[in-house]
Design a protein around this ligand. Structure first.
Ligand SMILES: *Cc1c(COP(=O)(O)O)cnc(C)c1O
Length: 427
C-alpha cells in the first residue's frame, strides 16, 4: 500500500465510503429509515449516554448522512462535520452552540441575502445580536468587538458581488480576541479554498449549491476545524460546563478537537431538529464526486463570460475577482488561485428597467433564486432576493437597481455568451 496522502479528487469520490458491509453495494445506499435496532439494553444505554457512537434515530445520525459528513470534513481538512437540512439550518446550529441570549457576533455586510435576514431578524428572537462590520478589512471587524462578542462570521467568496475576503487577516483579529472565526464556504467550495488552512475555526456550507451541484437537493454542513481552545475562558458554557442530560459530561473534555461538531449534533440537531433526509444526502454525495471537474469548468466559463461582459457596450461594470483589474484580484490569487468561482455581478446600463428586461430576454439562463447549478442562472437581486432590504441595505449588499447576478453553469461557453449578447442588445 502506498503511503501517499490521497489528493482532493480521490477524497471527493472515496472519503467516508466503503462497500456496504451488509450487501456489498459499491455506492453508498440510501438508508431511508427513521430508527435503528439496539443490540441489547446495555447498547441502548451507552448510545443514549454518548458512551458509544452508533445510530439511534435519523434526526441525529444516519449511515448515508454519515458518509456525506465524513467526506465534507475530509475535503475541508476539518476534524468532523455534521450535515443539516439546509445551509440556514447549519448557521442556526452553529450559533446555538456558541451564543447565550444577549450575546453578539460580528458579520461582514457582503453576505447572502438570506443570511442578512436570518441574522438581522430571526436571530433576534433568540437574543443573538449581529453587529455589522462597516467595511471588509480586518480592522472593520475588530471595531465591532465587545465583551459580549462570541464569533466573527464571513463568506470566503462573498455573495453576490464576487468579493474575496481576507481570511487570514480576519482570523488574526478573531485569535487576538479569542473568538472563533466562522467562514461560509458555499460559493468557493473546498476545491477553490480551504478556510481552515487560513485560520478559520468553523466552516459552514449550503450543500444546496456547488457541493451538490445539480440544483436538486437542499442540504447544509458544519465543519469543525478542531482548532479552537474552548476552555481558555468561561465564555462557551455549552462546551465547557457539565451537561445534565448526559450525566454531567463536559463535551470539550470528552470529545476534544471535535467537541464543537458533537455539540451541534447532540444539542442542535437533537433539540432544534433540522436534519437532512438520507435521500438528499445521497444526491449530494453523488454530486460531490464530480466537484473538482465541475468547479474548474464553472470557473473557466465564469472567467470567459466576465471578460465578454467587460467589453460589452451595454455593460457599465463587471465585478469578478478573476479579472486582472478587479480590486479583489490579488486576494483571489492568494486565497483561490484555481479560479474566482462562477457567481458574480455586473451593472447593466439603464438601471432597474434594463435589469428586468434582460432577465426576461435570456433563453438558456434560468431566472430564479438559486446558484451553483450545472445550469446557468440569472437573477436581478433588487427586484427579487434583496427586495425586502431598503435602498441603503441593497447598496451595502451590492444589490443596487442595475445589478444583475449570474451563476455560470457548465454548458458550452459560446452558447452562454451568445445568449447574453442577444439579451443585452434587447435592453
Ligand atoms: C444559499 C446560501 C445559504 C443558505 O443555504 P440554504 O441551503 O439555501 O439554506 C447560505 N450562504 C450562502 C453563501 C448561500 O449561497
Amino acid at each position: 500500500m502506498s503511503n501517499r496522502e490521497p489528493g482532493f479528487e480521490t477524497l471527493a469520490i472515496h472519503a467516508g465510503a466503503q462497500p456496504d458491509p451488509a450487501t456489498g453495494a459499491r455506492v453508498t445506499p440510501i438508508y431511508q429509515t427513521t430508527a435503528f435496532v439496539f443490540d441489547d439494553v446495555d447498547h441502548a444505554a451507552s448510545l443514549f449516554g454518548l458512551q458509544a457512537f452508533g445510530n439511534v434515530y435519523t434526526r441525529i445520525t444516519n449511515p448515508t448522512t454519515a458518509v456525506l459528513e465524513e467526506r465534507v470534513a475530509a475535503l475541508e481538512g476539518g476534524t468532523a462535520a455534521l450535515a443539516t437540512a439546509s445551509g440556514h439550518g447549519a448557521q442556526m446550529l452553529v450559533f446555538h452552540a456558541l451564543m447565550q441570549p444577549g450575546d453578539e457576533f460580528v458579520a461582514g455586510r457582503k453576505l447572502y441575502g438570506g443570511s442578512i435576514n436570518q441574522f438581522g431578524h430571526s436571530f433576534k428572537h433568540f437574543g443573538w445580536n449581529v453587529k455589522w462590520a462597516d467595511g471588509l478589512k480586518p480592522a472593520d471587524f475588530e471595531k465591532q468587538i465587545t465583551e459580549k462578542t462570541k464569533a466573527i462570521f464571513i463568506e470566503s467568496l462573498a455573495n453576490p458581488g464576487g468579493v474575496i475576503m481576507d481570511i487570514n487577516g480576519i482570523a488574526e483579529v478573531a485569535r487576538k480576541h479569542h473568538i472563533p472565526l466562522i467562514v461560509d464556504n458555499t460559493m468557493a467550495t473546498p476545491y477553490l479554498c480551504r478556510p481552515i488552512e487560513h485560520g478559520a475555526d468553523i466552516v459552514v456550507h449550503s450543500l444546496t449549491k456547488f457541493m451538490g451541484g445539480h440544483g436538486n437537493s437542499m442540504g447544509g454542513a458544519i465543519v469543525d476545524g478542531g482548532t479552537f481552545d474552548w476552555a481558555k475562558d468561561d465564555r462557551f458554557p455549552v462546551l465547557t460546563q457539565p451537561r445534565p442530560e448526559y450525566a454531567d459530561m463536559v463535551l470539550y473534555e470528552t470529545f476534544g478537537n471535535f467537541a464543537f461538531a458533537i455539540a451541534c449534533r447532540v444539542m442542535g440537531l437533537r433539540d432544534l431538529g433540522p436534519s437532512i433526509s438520507p435521500f438528499n444526502a445521497f444526491q449530494i454525495l453523488t454530486g460531490i464526486e464530480t466537484l473538482p471537474l465541475r468547479m474548474q469548468r464553472h470557473c473557466d466559463n465564469g472567467l470567459a463570460v466576465a471578460k465578454f461582459l467587460d467589453s460589452h457596450d451595454k455593460v457599465e461594470w463587471v465585478s469578478y475577482a478573476g479579472l486582472e483589474d478587479d480590486p479583489y484580484y490579488e486576494l483571489q490569487q492568494k486565497y483561490m488561485p484555481k479560479g474566482a468561482g462562477s457567481v458574480f455581478s455586473f451593472g447593466v446600463k439603464g438601471g432597474y428597467d434594463a435589469g428586468v428586461k434582460l432577465v426576461s430576454s435570456l433563453e438558456i439562463f434560468s431566472h430564479l433564486a438559486n446558484l451553483g447549478d450545472t445550469r446557468s442562472l440569472v437573477i436581478h437581486p433588487s427586484s427579487t432576493t434583496h427586495r425586502q432590504l431598503d435602498k441603503e441595505q441593497q447598496a451595502a449588499a451590492g444589490a443596487g437597481p442595475d445589478v444583475v447576478r449570474l451563476s455560470i453553469g457548465i454548458e458550452n461557453v459560446d452558447d452562454l455568451i451568445a445568449d447574453l449578447d442577444q439579451a443585452l442588445n434587447n435592453t
